[in-house]
Ligand binder design. Sequence first.
Ligand SMILES: [Zn+2]
Length: 419
Amino acid sequence: MEVKVLGAAREVGRSAILIKGKKTNIVLDYGIRTGREPAFPINVQPKDIDGVLITHAHLDHSGSTPMLYLSEGVDSYMTGVTADLSALLIQDLIGISGFYLPFEETELRAMLKRVKRLSLGDEIQIGEFKIKFHGAGHLPGATSLVIDDGTSRVMYTGDIDINHTTLLNGADTDYGDLDLVISESTYSQNEHPKRTDVEEDFVEFATQIVEDGGKLLVPAFASGRAQEIACVLEKAGFRHPVAMDGLALKVNDVLMSNQEFLKDPNLFTESIENCEAVRGWNQRRNVTKHPGVIIAPAGMMAGGSVLFYNEHLALDSANAISLVAYQVPGTPGRALIDKGLVMIRGTKVNVKAKVKRFDFSGHTGRDGLFELFGRFKGNPKVLAIHGDEENCVKFSEEIKTKFGFDAVAPKAGESFVVK
Ligand SMILES: [Zn+2]
């Protein structure tokens, strides 16, 4: 087996791995790097591969896949909810992207026609490869993949969280013996606070703001994070108004029909039923008039319905804005944290609402990654990807020292032979 890194090498974004066997070639993830200018993985031709396997719906893992359908296309394999969520996210990308994308809805539809919908724990055969889809936490339907050609076994983490959250079960890490591991390194140099503490602090903060007569705006990613925030409030018995807006509502519908991917479907259903779904401008204006929590995408405040709420709420000191995701440098959310600035009708002004960050990450942190590596059987070679350059390089050095595994931070285009 040969493994070629096509993207996410010393960067976060455009994840893609080519696995070449004796007779069969497959691609694991085919993502896009979004931001100012979209960037794509190293090109592969659909005629040269026998399948594309998508670990989860986030665009940095799924967003370039329609490029494989410009001509003949190829079979794609992913969990059912990954298929539904990536359709939503890619459609949104096509709709909002002001940049040139080398594909349109036609290619997205062609991709969806060739999807084989799987469940967590399923095992499939493509040519000489036996491939198992392990639950990976992180996002509903997210998987890690184990590829077995009968001689050697390769594991690709995708994005992984080994801990349970309110929305999802932690990763299934029973991989068996491994010869090569391709691991994400997103938070290899950072530790997250204990999740239960973060949840408690968040509910306490939300309660205080609302009981003092304010509104709490929660910019949140439409898929996963928005629903998790609603579930955290529901679980804590929060009985003040909660509203949700934008693309998150479509994600709610997808998750309602894919409940087997959630840890507690009843809690999810109750949290959505107790949430006001905001579907128009009158309703949008109304929810800003009474105390309550408003959950609105986008998570980094770079677009979406959160912009409307920000304009209405950010200049009143009774209100608050809670950022519940990592804020990429250069985004409006990051400017809010670092400089206390918000954009109101095209002008940067000082925020008056309280601003507080809560670390609800969907990725395992530093200790969790080391715990994961401690569970590996065999003596695998390790490729550290999906982190910025320093994270990938330092992490690979630490793995060598701590576990004795041969670890590297590969560059895009590098290939590795397994056995
Ligand atoms: Zn992800």
